[in-house]
Design a protein around this ligand. Structure first.
Ligand code: GDP
Length: 527
């Protein structure tokens, strides 16, 4: 394998969670261990507290348009770790789903008090679709949360994944004493600390060791012994293959804010998490070991400064070597392109890179040539597949308030939808343009950006649609007939795929029953 050494030292992953479970805190602790930051508080939470555009824009601006935190690369024990950030706010869930197509594994944070929450469920669905390996971190053990066994059961049932505890908590809340490492068979005692590295580990032979009483007290020692006996009986050894195929998720308990249990998690992560994996394209599977470069765009970030219209496209390298100033083939537009200032995200500083390897993410300046899902190669024509578009949940008609700016509006809508901010549909039997988003906040962002970046003033009229489904059929005539009878509820997406806009779940189910020759899809692949 040509770049074997480089490939084998890379791990590319994302931390995912329902907002407030502790993703930002855990990210920060990882960066402290990796030496990428020196002090706590350096990672800003990208939470949007209030539902107001101005807040969102302000936060984005203060954060240097959040590009710097989109990817954080750091080194830990000779491994190069690429941590991809995902927006916590549910209105930007699509962005998160797409980022998950660019990682090889995830760490899922669950709050021990709240258990499985809405966003946790959705994010895991996306991971399951792709058989992404998952490690679970049950956070906030210093709070009076749910019972440890109940938590495992809840996660297994609700997220439909089998778990395998790697550490086990000794009590919780104010009586939290620490965790027992089931793999290394040692005791890690809880001390609230915000610095990296210095955990209080006690080597013991196993839980029978009498030192246990001394360290955690008689009652907790007894409970731990009973728990461990039960766990050993149920779980046995973790098979790496079961984790790597996404069947079983190893579980850690800890407290991110106290930097407790994080080192166990990180050490296991670098030991078992997958190195860059092979990927599927429309033509063939691309092996990570191939000498020729290939990669795809999974995220596009706009520059919110109206004076600088350029955008940043995030490229995930899938095979071979990406090189600065070398011509690569942009498959969709069938052109050769090169990049003089590509950059990487090591130590959270943007720096120009000369080369990048599979697993790496490179930021490319873009003046409008890219859209999400675009593939770059060394000449071969293929597209990476499996980059999904999900049905939006809120639909609005775009009303142009300034007919003089029609051209600008069209350009703006095209570019914003290329970035994946929203989806654009055109209703059949008219020219009504419909924007579909996952959250209200996105409409405010679109309105703001159309005005500030393109000078186009729009208003949105709410439409009573419940979901958009992509339609396919072996018999094109069936689709034609369907469109003719349901003119007000059919249209096409930006790429000309036919969609059905359902007014309610009831209508959707009825149409599905009445049209057995038509397939209704709830996601569409960009390719
Ligand atoms: P995110 O929305 O998932 O990024 O969550 P944050 O990392 O911003 O954490 C949300 C809140 O939970 C913050 O106030 C953190 O200080 C707090 N928090 C994080 N980890 C812990 C923990 O282990 N114990 C306790 N008690 N609070 C925590």
């Amino acid at each position: 394998m040509k770049y074997e050494k480089e490939i084998n030292r890379r791990k590319t992953f994302a931390i995912i969670s329902h907002p407030d479970a502790g993703k930002t805190t855990l990210t920060e602790k990882f960066l402290l261990f990796g030496g990428a930051i020196q002090t706590a508080g350096a990672v800003k939470s990208n939470k949007i507290k209030k539902h107001a555009t101005s807040d969102f824009m302000e936060i984005e601006r203060q954060r240097g348009i959040s590009v710097a935190t989109s990817v954080m690369s750091f080194e830990y024990k000779d491994m190069l770790i690429n941590l991809l950030d995902t927006p916590g706010h549910k209105d930007f869930a699509e962005d998160t789903y797409r980022t998950l197509t660019a990682v090889d594994s995830v760490v899922l944070v669950v709050d021990s008090v709240n258990g499985v929450e809405e966003q946790t469920r959705r994010l895991m669905e996306v991971c399951r679709m792709r058989d992404t390996p998952v490690i679970v971190f049950i956070n906030k053990m210093d709070r009076d949360g749910k019972n440890r066994f109940d938590l495992l059961e809840e996660i297994e049932n609700e997220l439909k994944i089998s778990l395998h505890p790697m550490t086990w908590p000794i009590n919780q809340g104010k009586d939290f004493k620490g965790v027992y490492n089931l793999h290394d068979k040692n005791l890690v005692l809880f001390t609230a600390s915000t610095k990296g590295g210095d955990e209080n580990t006690v080597e013991i032979k196993d839980v029978a060791d009498k030192i246990l009483e001394e360290k955690v007290g008689e009652r907790d020692a007894e409970t731990l012994r009973e728990d461990v006996e039960l766990i050993d009986g149920v779980y046995g050894e973790l098979k790496a293959g079961d984790y790597l195929s996404g069947k079983i998720a190893p579980v850690f308990f800890g407290s991110a804010v106290n930097n407790f249990g994080v080192k166990e998690l990180l050490d296991t992560f670098i030991r078992i998490a997958p190195t860059p994996r092979d990927r599927q394209t429309n033509a063939r599977a691309v092996s990570v070991a191939e000498p020729k470069f290939s990669g795809f765009i999974f995220k596009i970030h706009a520059n919110l400064d109206p004076k600088h219209r350029d955008r940043i496209a995030f490229l995930r390298v899938c095979s071979g070597k990406f090189e600065r100033n070398k011509y690569f083939h942009h498959v969709r537009i069938d052109k050769d392109v090169r990049f003089s200032n590509p950059y990487s995200f090591l130590a959270r500083d943007k720096e120009v890179v000369d080369e990048a390897f599979p697993g790496d993410v490179v930021g490319l300046f873009d003046t409008g040539n890219f859209k999400i899902g675009d593939t770059l190669t060394e000449g071969e024509d293929f597209y990476f597949t499996g980059i999904p578009t999900f049905s939006p949940e809120i639909f609005k008609e775009v009303v142009n308030k300034d007919p003089m700016k029609t051209k600008q509006l069209e350009k703006g809508l095209m570019q914003l939808t290329d970035e994946g901010v929203a989806q654009l549909f055109t209703q059949f039997g008219g020219t009504k343009k419909i924007i579909g988003c996952v959250g209200e906040l996105q409409f405010e962002v679109i309105q703001y950006r159309l005005l500030h970046e393109y000078g186009a003033s729009v208003q949105f009229n709410h439409l009573p649609f419940y979901k958009a489904c992509w339609l396919t059929s072996k018999d094109p005539k069936k689709l034609e007939d369907f469109a003719r009878f349901k003119l007000a509820n059919t249209g096409e997406d930006k790429d000309g795929n036919m969609v059905y806009l359902a007014n309610s779940e009831w209508f959707l189910n009825t149409e599905m029953q009445n049209n057995p020759d038509i397939q209704f899809h709830f996601t569409s692949e960009i390719h």
